[in-house]
Design a protein around this ligand. Structure first.
Ligand code: HEC
Length: 317
């Protein structure tokens, strides 16, 4: 019921906005000159991304790719690094992106400067966002790859792990929200010169019910799937093979499965390399309603845990 109310409210707001203004909901410019902020697929905002509006298909399902590069495996505090977002997809012809850099607690990490001629830097609260700007969407460039670069200056010593969260749109240039494919990506760096875990893990989730204006971590039982992308980066000096396992904590505190793991994957990563494990789990109709936690652990069996990440979600009707 709650979802229907939200859906109706969302529809009314959308219709109202269309009547009152032009169809440029990014504000001020046609052709999406200003993508909304706080949509970089970061955990503090339930991984809200451009898919809230450009919702034709699931995130990362368009057959193309998005990559974040330039962030070293270990950063030197105070040093400046160019960070590049690259998008490509066969058939796409108009492009956009957004990223922010956070510490492990979700606070801004370092600062952004020197946007290239297709980019801009804006703030939302205490966070900084790099994004494309008006005229910076590579309109007419078929298939890509296209890329944008913004400098990031690393924070002071003692900050620890930092994480770039990014969302991008490989669009069809119809000046609308349909026919576009949204991508999410994330990349972590550890702080050089301090003791670090040998690998880091970042979870991003494509929550399917992210309607315009809101960000939810809710999944409808019997209908939705938990679509999780786990980014693992090897911060060691040599290649290694990691085992990535997951399990779910149920509302009553017990785990599913009761022993062993929901998924088990292996990733072999060169030094500094980052790789993905995708975990897609349909929510069964008999799942109890309430608060859940997905736990993803990276390590070496049988008993060496290197790092872990978790994400909370609710199962609703
Ligand atoms: C609140 C709804 C909303 C959100 C959120 C949103 N967009 Fe859009 N976007 C639109 C609408 C409406 C249009 C068409 C009108 C226009 O061009 O401004 C559009 C158009 C675009 C286009 C041109 C598409 C084409 O086919 O011509 C790009 C590129 C784009 N958006 C990028 C982004 C990116 C990148 C994000 C996330 C960081 C994002 N948008 C988030 C509503 C949204």
């Amino acid at each position: 019921m709650k979802r229907f109310l939200i859906l109706i409210t969302g529809l009314l707001l959308t219709v109202g906005a269309a009547l009152l203004t032009t169809n440029d909901v990014h504000g001020g410019f046609l052709k999406s000159g200003n993508p909304a902020l706080d949509e970089a697929a970061a955990p503090y905002n339930n991984f809200a991304s451009c898919v809230k509006c450009h919702d034709g298909e699931a995130v990362n399902d368009g057959g193309g790719s998005m990559e974040v590069s330039g962030l070293p495996s270990a950063y030197t505090p105070g040093q400046t690094y160019p960070i590049t977002v690259t998008l490509q997809q066969t058939g796409a012809i108009d492009w956009g992106y957004e990223f922010t850099v956070l510490d492990a607690a979700g606070n801004a990490a370092g600062f952004l400067t020197n946007p290239d001629s297709n980019s801009q830097i804006r703030t939302s609260g205490a966070l900084e966002f790099a994004s494309h700007k008006s005229g910076g969407t590579f309109e007419g460039t078929f298939h890509g790859p296209v890329s944008w670069t913004v400098d990031w200056t690393a924070p002071a010593a003692g900050t620890g792990v930092v994480e770039v969260y990014a969302a991008g749109n490989a669009a069809d240039d119809d000046d609308g929200r349909s026919g576009d494919s949204i991508y999410n990506a994330a990349l972590a760096a550890v702080e050089d010169g301090v003791a670090n875990d040998e690998a880091s893990a970042i979870i991003q989730v494509d929550f399917p019910n992210q309607l315009t204006g809101s960000a939810f971590n809710e999944l409808v039982r019997g209908t939705d799937s938990l679509r999780t992308m786990v980014r693992v980066r090897n911060h060691a000096a040599a290649a290694d093979t990691y085992t990535v396992v997951s399990r779910v904590r149920l509302p009553n505190g017990s785990f599913f499965p009761t022993s062993g793991w929901l998924t088990t994957d292996q990733l072999t990563l060169a030094a500094g390399e980052s790789g993905n494990v995708d975990i897609v789990q349909a929510v069964p109709a008999i799942a109890p309603l309430g608060s859940y936690q997905l736990q993803v652990m990276v390590g070496f069996p049988p008993a060496t845990l290197v790092t872990m990440d978790t994400v909370d979600f609710d199962i609703i009707d």
